[in-house]
Design a protein around this ligand. Sequence first.
Ligand code: SAM
Length: 280
Amino acid sequence: MAAIDQLPPLRDVIATHELSARKSLGQNFLLDLNLTAKIARQAGDLTGCDVLEIGPGPGGLTRGLLSEGARKVLAIEKDMRCMPALAEIEEAYPGRLQVINGDALEVNPLTHLTPPIRVAANLPYNVGTELLVRWLTPKKWPPFWQSLTLMFQKEVAERIVATPGSKAYGRLAILAQWRADARIVLHLPPGAFTPPPKVSSAVVHLDALETPRFEADAGTLSRVVATAFNQRRKMLRSSLKSISPDIEDRLVAAGIKPTDRAEVISLEAFCALAREVAKT
Ligand code: SAM
């Protein structure tokens, strides 16, 4: 297959800069540049967009994003060892890559980005989920991002796109589908990564909706849903007791049977309940 750029193959980059993968940083690298370009294409039309990339590592996905035409990539990487490899990419794409050495959970990237902004990342599972929830629950909507294209462990990806009644349905599905269109766009076997992880992975693409599907306060919805699914096998009148002393009345006012369990409640009904709970 044709090379996507003039830079050395990622195996050589890793050898030159001695980037042995560290488990503590969740380092499972993608070394096939045709695959990283394919993931970058799932992020949509990148021309005219700034892209926020979290966890570039040796830069496989970064190179994919740049070769697919991103106006600028802002990459935040915790591992200092990756900086020289990323500097080589900066040189090959003058003025189009900015790298910040830091923890994505602490750095605020927004001052360095100009809308429209897309987000793309292949991150360790725990950091990815935490960031996804943050990106989905700002008080104001629409958010800073137009789309998110994120690699997850397959089971987590399935939770994001799950529908009521399924085992995977829960907080992630509700938060994602309330304010975005979410779909799985790519499945990857463990062998796609170096070193291969124990689990399969999937790329999820989310497009931000202009307005949330149903009215609700983000904080209240998030709290109600987290509490409801914390004890998902219990009836809502019991699992949601801590939310309000008169939760049974509020459930009825929202059109929900108090004896129902969280896993059968639709997104629309959870939003109605969040509105009832927010009433004084
Ligand atoms: N994007 C590269 C690829 O696809 O080959 C690397 C993916 S690897 C699964 C995850 C990357 O995220 C690693 O480079 C790791 O050092 C970085 N990372 C882990 N935790 C991070 C954090 N809190 N903030 C920024 N980067 C982080």
